[in-house]
Design a protein around this ligand. Structure first.
Ligand code: BYC
Ligand code: FE
Ligand code: FE
Length: 477
């Protein structure tokens, strides 16, 4: 195991200094990454000091080092979790074989595609969030946005490292293409649907970090089970960072709910818009949108791709090694909700081809836990309202439900029924305009926009009114 070369141009624990060719390839890519960051990363604030956490090593103490950093000087590094001695492939046709340290030749193409798909989401999210700094609800939130952004940048580095280290020339070309695609671009969009949507306001940002980053968690957990050991180790370390992104989402929505409930109680009305807050109906609509778009990220209910990833030992289930079964799944079945004519039915289907759905099940259960906590806040205020996850078929663009219109409570609708209700279920132009009208920057330390409550505590033991971003005398470019 190589030590941490933190003071190299590219901090790493993969012994880059000893691999001149790889080092040179990555040092070649680095300035182009920085060009991309300057062009597509957070707009404004690049010259400001931000109180950021930087990974300086992978052990429990070293990976959370806090200091003021200018974002372009953030030390994006390559960190893999420590190897597990004697690790084997834990599922599929190669179960029990030693885990692969190199790419198995016959799976080169598939594995590259999985890594590229994962890698593509990371810069995409930075692009989606690039305008948010201008309308931050507080310095605390501004800092959290930038923390998420630099870490998604590091996740791109994590995948680019694998491409450069293990996929030769194809890998270098893919690493280049990752900097060329653009979220929402008509000609060269990002690969997956949700990453071409806009994140125009902070409500969307908190929903995105709650629901879409959570897809990241589940995909990374499945890839962390991979028999291709470098991928597994990379994902395991990425997951430590992912936890913060979901924290930002969960507490962000929780603080909005708190503020909304305070005003509902104070003024005895559900319509808190006139007091400059976000009404629960609008919150529910945004939730419906981001949840459904994130459900699409798991792919089709029935997928031979997913079966092949599993059988070849490349992508496992969530917590694969904790499950007590044969890890081959040749005979097993799984209950899957499917569309049959104008009805939603549950069918037992082969477990192997329904692995996407199984991961979606795990994800849905996890999403519900956050809603339970937000609903507790509502109840604590003595209010009789509840946020709900819509039916998994609602507003889907991938999988069998994409062919139908499904209501939030799971009924198959006619086009006319859908059209009549759409605006009650999903944000419309008026909702977006209202939310946009709330997006006024609040940059005085310790102050918060009127639509969101302060957090329970600051970052890294600092007070809530700490100067998390030093804005200095005036805005710069
Ligand atoms: N949009 O067999 P199927 C994160 C395509 S998020 C567009 O069901 P499969 C993060 C599919 O590619 C985690 N296309 O799909 C979060 C296939 O195309 P072909 C990202 C889609 O392959 C926040 C076809 O439809 N990581 O890290 O089983 C901030 C048939 O589909 C979509 C990964 O995704 C879609 N939503 O599953 C920052 C992990 N869904 O073959 C970061 C790697 C499906 O017809 N990726 N298609 O051309 C995978 O494991 C798989 O690619 C998927 C799709 C699970 C995404
Ligand atoms: Fe990420
Ligand atoms: Fe993330």
């Amino acid at each position: 195991m190589a030590g941490v070369d933190y003071f190299d141009r590219i901090p790493n624990n993969v012994g880059l200094a000893a691999n001149r060719r790889l080092l040179r390839a990555l040092e070649d890519w680095q300035p182009r990454f920085l060009d991309w960051w300057r062009e597509m990363g957070p707009e404004g604030f690049q010259a400001k000091d931000v109180y950021l956490r930087t990974a300086v090593s992978v052990d429990s103490k070293g990976w959370a080092h806090f200091d003021y950093v200018k974002m372009p000087e953030y030390r994006w590094g390559i960190f893999l979790a420590e190897p597990e001695p004697g690790r084997v492939v834990n599922f599929g046709a190669y179960k029990g074989n030693p885990a692969w340290q190199d790419v198995p030749g016959e799976y080169r193409g598939v594995l590259r595609r999985l890594i590229v798909t994962q890698g593509d989401t990371e810069p995409a999210s930075v692009e989606q969030q690039r305008h948010l700094g201008r309308t931050c609800p507080s310095l605390y939130d501004l800092r959290n946005l930038f923390q998420v952004n630099v870490e998604e940048g590091r996740h791109l580095w994590a995948m680019v490292y694998l491409l450069h280290a293990h996929f030769g020339r194809d890998g270098r070309e893919e690493a280049e293409a990752l900097l060329q695609r653009r979220s929402g671009d008509r000609d060269k969009p990002r690969i997956l649907g949700a990453f071409n949507e806009e994140t125009p306001d902070w409500l969307a940002f908190f929903m995105f970090t709650y629901f879409t980053d959570r897809d990241g968690k589940y995909q990374l957990c499945s890839l962390a089970e991979s028999g291709f050991d470098p991928l597994s180790r990379t994902c395991r370390f990425m997951l430590t960072e992912e936890a913060h992104h979901m924290f930002v989402g969960e507490t962000g929505i929780g603080r909005i709910v708190e503020r909304t409930c305070q005003l509902m109680r104070e003024h005895r009305t559900e319509d808190v818009r006139k007091f400059g807050a976000i009404d629960l109906r609008t919150l529910q609509k945004y939730l419906n949108f981001h949840y459904s778009v994130s459900l699409d990220l798991f792919g089709s209910e029935i997928s031979t791709n997913a079966a092949n990833y599993y059988t070849s030992g490349l992508k496992g289930r969530f917590e694969e090694t904790k499950r007590d079964d044969d890890h081959l799944l040749k005979e097993a079945t799984h209950a899957v909700a499917l569309l049959e004519g104008d009805r939603v039915v549950t069918r037992e289907v082969p477990a192997l081809t329904s692995l996407n759905e199984r991961l979606r099940d795990d994800y849905i259960a996890d999403c519900q836990r956050g809603l339970d906590r937000w609903n507790q806040v509502i109840r604590k205020h003595g209010l009789d309202v509840e946020l709900r996850l819509p039916h998994r078929g609602f507003h889907r663009a991938i999988g069998c439900f994409a062919e139908a219109r499904i209501s939030p409570d799971g009924r198959v609708l006619t086009e006319a029924e859908w059209d009549a209700k759409r605006d009650e279920w999903l944000p419309n132009g008026e909702d977006a305009a209202f939310i946009a009208s709330l997006m006024r920057p609040e940059t005085e330390p310790g102050k918060f926009a009127g639509w969101i409550a302060p957090p329970a505590r600051g970052i890294n033991g600092k007070p809530i009114d700490f100067e998390y971003v030093r804005l200095g005398p005036r805005e710069d470019a």
